[in-house]
Design a protein around this ligand. Structure first.
Ligand SMILES: NC(=O)c1ccc[n+]([C@@H]2O[C@H](COP(=O)([O-])OP(=O)(O)OC[C@H]3O[C@@H](n4cnc5c(N)ncnc54)[C@H](OP(=O)(O)O)[C@@H]3O)[C@@H](O)[C@H]2O)c1
Length: 284
């Protein structure tokens, strides 16, 4: 099969459901080679098969990746790097909300899964992306970052206790934007660009931890995963001159994120601590 993305390799995390699934399916339909990275082979392989059959594109695969576990992140990066494939676009889409606890390495679950795992995964793949050239990183953040005024570093080393996990989720999404800003600054001139985005308020499984009644009520006011994937697809595939490196997108347009997300010192401090906490190579 051929399409406008023929010959280009995309890696989408959390693509077995929700926004990630629609993203992966749309890319495959346009001829891309797509790797669906996720923590459950049982939940992802049927999706891989369904996408291959609905698009007629055989270049759709599963990559095992549990973002909450830094050991799994290293194994996934090693598996990908062993393939000797180019990597044109990394879509850091996977995320969770409302789950209390600690990751295997002792970080608050939401921060560990939504920020530290994607941070390490991205940094480990950067060399391949630089070699590929004209490559990009798309980080799916959220307007929820506006609820976070700063980052309490100590709180990232203990289980969260906020109602519904909103405070922890908001901080993790602030981290997605700060990470993007710092990536764009560090990668300037390297041929790799980075974008973050808010997908809209989308009817997906992200709301699974809300009480049943509230979940069904709020879902009435949400957009579909197909609409929710539009800004991700725009950032992942629009011609580079149409995009602003390091920007935060909403409804396919760059918009100004909240004050904390525009703080360069906070972005630099987050990078420094993320390197220290993940053991990522600091030269990136
Ligand atoms: N839905 C919204 O209204 C909304 C709004 C703003 C931003 N977002 C962001 O959009 C992104 C996609 O969310 P969604 O709404 O499509 O949610 P979703 O339907 O719940 O999908 C989330 C995906 O992330 C995966 N994931 C969770 N924990 C993981 C882990 N430890 N390792 C690897 N993958 C993991 C899930 O896999 P499993 O199936 O194995 O759990 C699933 O594939 C998230 O980053 C979210 O924060 C969503």
């Amino acid at each position: 099969m051929t399409g406008d993305l023929d010959g280009r390799v995309f890696l989408v995390t959390g693509a077995n459901t929700g926004i990630g699934l629609v993203t992966a399916e749309s890319l495959a339909r346009r001829g891309a080679h797509v790797l669906l990275a996720g923590r459950s082979e049982a939940r992802t392989l049927p999706v891989v098969e369904a996408i291959r059959s609905s698009t007629g594109n055989p270049r759709v695969e599963f990559l095992p990746l549990d973002l909450s576990d830094l050991e799994s992140v290293r194994r996934a990066a090693d598996l990908f790097l062993a393939r000797d494939l180019p990597l044109h676009v990394l879509v850091n889409n996977a995320g969770l909300a409302g789950v209390r606890g600690l990751t295997p390495q002792g970080f608050e679950t939401t921060f560990g899964t939504n920020h530290l795992g994607p941070f390490l995964f991205t940094v480990l793949l950067l060399g391949r992306m630089k070699r590929t050239g004209h490559s990009r990183i798309v980080n799916v953040a959220s307007r929820a970052h506006l609820n976070a005024r700063s980052i309490d570093w100590g709180a990232q080393r203990r289980p969260g206790n906020s109602t519904g996990g909103l405070a922890e989720y908001s901080v993790s999404k602030l981290c997605n934007i700060l990470f993007t800003v710092e990536l764009a600054r560090r990668l300037s001139g390297s041929g790799v660009s980075a974008y973050s985005l808010h997908p809209g308020v989308v009817a997906t499984e992200i709301w699974r931890e809300l009480p049943w009644g509230v979940r069904h009520l709020v879902k009435l006011f949400m957009i579909s995963p197909e609409k929710g994937a539009r800004t991700t697809l725009f950032c992942a595939t629009a011609p580079l001159p149409q995009l602003e490196n390091g920007a935060y997108y909403d409804a396919c347009k760059p918009v100004r994120p909240g004050r904390a997300a525009r703080d360069p010192d906070l972005a630099a401090e987050l990078w420094r601590r993320s390197v220290e906490w993940t053991g990522a190579p600091s030269s990136s």
